[in-house]
Design a protein around this ligand. Sequence first.
Ligand SMILES: [Zn+2]
Length: 106
Amino acid sequence: MQALHNKWGHPSNSKFVQIYRAQNRVGFPTNFLALLNRFCCKVCARCKGARGYRRSTRVQLHGPHKTPKAVPAPGDIVFCNFNDDSTICVVTAALLDDLFAVLMPT
Ligand SMILES: [Zn+2]
């Protein structure tokens, strides 16, 4: 039984029954269905018992990729803090590397 199961590439029980029927029971034991009920492949049992790849909470919440830093683009309205004095500014130019932006208060 195990050899048959291996030969067919570790099918699930329902798949194995399909194969059994498709093969017209040729090469299968006569009490195949009864054997199948009791049959348990150790390899398959181990695979089924394995749990899915666990990801950290951060990945579950935010996805596997870090969201790129929000880069202000020219025309964006940003909230700036100059000397504890908050101002709403419009970005007139932005460099991607160091976020050096020329800001113009509205
Ligand atoms: Zn198996």
